[in-house]
Design a protein around this ligand. Structure first.
Ligand SMILES: CC(=O)SCCNC(=O)CCNC(=O)[C@H](O)C(C)(C)COP(=O)(O)OP(=O)(O)OC[C@H]1O[C@@H](n2cnc3c(N)ncnc32)[C@H](O)[C@@H]1OP(=O)(O)O
Ligand SMILES: O=CC(=O)O
Ligand SMILES: [Mg+2]
Length: 568
């Protein structure tokens, strides 16, 4: 995306009720709120602006390299191990020792930076809570700034939430999970903050404000001298990890804290990154606490990377499980790589969530989660993700049964057998069939997710599964791929080809089903039609959009003192 050409809605003048005190070259175009002014202080804005100025050319170059790699994949190349960095892969080095505060990460809960959910997650009994500015959050100005306020209150221990309707006040327990924060990916702009006439980089805004306001309290009260802790998403190459490492060093220096205080786990969730795991850890070796299998974005990335390879069409989304050889190989190599370098190999997210009104279906869902977690712990993962507090006891039990009293398996499960995994293993074509129901489900889920995202909700329960930006991406790119290459729906006996005409019919029928399911009133008030148009455009685009959320972001940017057509 051209950072200088962010679209906004036409201006409607509204009354200005206050303004932020900004340093030279910084413009805050997001609405004023006295609560947000606690975050958007002059000094904090200066800190973010300094990061932006120091790293913007590095980021621009990294994004150019992504475009160049895409060009090569589109001309028939495949990602693979880089011969130039063989010395790193074969070298005998380790990452800095794991801080004691995060040695045991057997269950990590994730969720958006919403006030009530933050309290629930920190109180949930999980070892870690990953507070998400990324896949689980729609990055409206309101959500982002409110999220920063919520995290500041959480780190200070003062966070409360008054649920008046239920007459319940939420507050923190004495024992809470360790907090990790996931900023957005490198590709997303923050169009409510301009620095030297350009939108800021989204992840530097998320990282910068959180670090600036919380590092001192966090280290004193939560990190036992370490921290803050982060998760880093969607990287494609170690040069991007190198930028993060420099950002961390810069922040540590500015704060006057020891190098290596900040720690981060990198999500390996793009296909190119699986060939860069050693290199990523190497760049971050003073700041690393491991890697995580971000399996949903990884599947999305498989389609994206091979968008010009019609011989690599995916089967139905539900069939691309961890049992596929390329997925199993990815998890095995990640464990081997992390344990060889002395850090955690975290498992990923099972998409099942509790099903409240159907005990039988609920048991079946829980069983699937258990099975998935058992696979992870037996393979050697040191911990896993849970999408919902109701899943924590099962995940905990599975990991504890296998690991006993040990906090992790870093030294006990080396997985040397995975050393021989090849490019072929990691790229092996997924097996399975495509069905009309697959096309319908992608469409139904994709449109409903987008409609929720446009109204400010970034993770939603749909058909008893957790859906977020990563899982929704799979629906979008799978439809795009099937349409682009006229895939045959061969799994249900229909043997029809996916064409724009068939897709148009499916969209209309699924819109009817959505309206029946959510009810006329919610449907009328929601942004379903806008989501439908957006989804159709993206699925039929001649060349694949890089990210669902880049296009959709243009629809949620609201500049002050202008108002968007619909308020978030
Ligand atoms: C691919 C990836 O990147 S995965 C990581 C990103 N995705 C996520 O983090 C998804 C996290 N999960 C969620 O957002 C939610 O669980 C959803 C949207 C899937 C379902 O949420 P809901 O429909 O609200 O669930 P439900 O009604 O069962 O919630 C029951 C209670 O659990 C709480 N809860 C549910 N999920 C979470 C969570 N992840 N963290 C904290 N609390 C939670 C709810 O706030 C609610 O609390 P209350 O009883 O005090 O009101
Ligand atoms: O971020 C996690 C994923 O699976 O994607
Ligand atoms: Mg992801």
């Amino acid at each position: 995306m051209d950072l200088g050409t962010q679209k906004t809605y036409p201006a409607l003048v509204s009354k200005r009720i206050g303004s932020y005190d900004v340093p030279e070259g910084v413009e805050v175009r997001g609405g004023y709120d006295p609560e947000f002014a606690r975050i958007l202080t002059r000094d904090a804005l200066q800190f973010v602006a300094d990061l932006q100025r120091e790293f913007r050319n590095h980021i621009r170059y990294a994004m150019e390299c992504r475009r160049e790699a895409k060009r090569q994949y589109n001309e028939g190349a495949s990602p693979g191990f880089d011969p130039a960095t063989l010395y790193i892969r074969e070298g005998d080095w380790t990452c800095a020792p794991v801080p004691p505060a995060v040695a045991d990460r057997r269950v990590e809960i994730t969720g958006p930076v919403e006030r009530k959910m933050i309290i629930n997650a920190l109180n949930s009994g999980a070892k870690v809570f990953m507070a998400d500015f990324e896949d689980a959050l729609s990055p409206s100005w309101e959500n982002l700034m409110r999220g920063q306020v919520n995290l500041k209150d959480a780190v200070e221990g003062t966070i409360t939430f008054d649920d008046k309707a239920r007459n319940r006040v939420y507050k923190l327990n004495d024992q809470v999970a360790k907090l990790f924060v996931r900023p957005r990916g490198w590709h997303l702009p923050e169009s409510h903050i301009f620095i030297d006439g350009e939108p800021a980089t989204g992840c530097l805004v998320d990282f910068g404000f959180y670090f600036y306001h919380n590092y001192a309290t966090f280290r004193k009260t939560r990190g036992a001298g370490f921290g803050p802790f982060f998760y880093l998403p969607k990287m494609e190459h170690s040069r991007e990890a190198k930028i993060w490492n420099s950002v961390f060093e810069r922040a540590e220096k500015r704060a006057g804290i020891e190098k290596g205080s900040i720690r981060a786990t990198v999500l390996v969730e793009t296909l190119p990154a699986v060939f860069q795991m050693d290199e990523i850890l190497y760049e971050l070796r003073d700041h690393s606490v491991g890697l995580n299998c971000g399996r949903w974005d990884y599947i999305f990335s498989y389609v994206k990377t091979f968008q010009a390879h019609p011989d690599r069409l995916l089967p139905d989304r539900v069939q691309v499980s961890m049992a596929q050889h390329f997925m199993k190989s990815y998890s095995d190599l990640l464990i081997r790589t992390c344990h060889r370098r002395g850090v955690h190999a975290m498992g990923g997210m099972a998409a099942q969530i509790p099903i409240r009104d159907d005990p039988e279906a609920n048991n079946a869902a829980l069983e699937l989660v258990r099975k998935d977690k058992l696979r992870e712990v037996k393979a050697g993962h040191d911990g896993t993700w849970a999408a919902h507090p109701g899943l924590i006891p099962a995940c905990n039990e599975v990991f504890t049964n296998q690991m006993g009293g040990a906090p992790n398996q870093i030294d006990t499960t080396k997985r040397e057998d995975a050393a021989g995994l090849t490019e072929e293993d990691l790229l092996q074509r997924p097996r399975g069939v495509r069905t009309m129901e697959g096309l319908r489900l992608n469409t139904r889920v994709g449109i409903q997710y987008l409609a929720a995202w446009l109204t400010g909700t970034g993770s939603v329960p749909l058909y008893s599964l957790m859906e977020d930006a990563a899982t929704a991406e799979i629906s979008r790119v799978q439809n795009w791929q099937w349409l682009k290459y006229g895939a045959e729906l061969d799994g249900d006996g229909t043997r029809v080809k996916v064409t724009p005409c068939l897709f148009g019919r499916v969209v209309e029928e699924e819109m009817g089903r959505i309206e029946r399911e959510v009810g006329k009133e919610k449907f009328r008030k929601g942004r379903y039609n806008e989501a439908r148009k957006m989804f159709i455009r993206q699925c039929l685009a001649p060349s694949l959009d890089d990210f669902l959320t880049l296009d959709a972001y243009n629809h949620i940017v609201v500049h002050h003192p202008t108002n968007a057509p619909s308020k978030l």
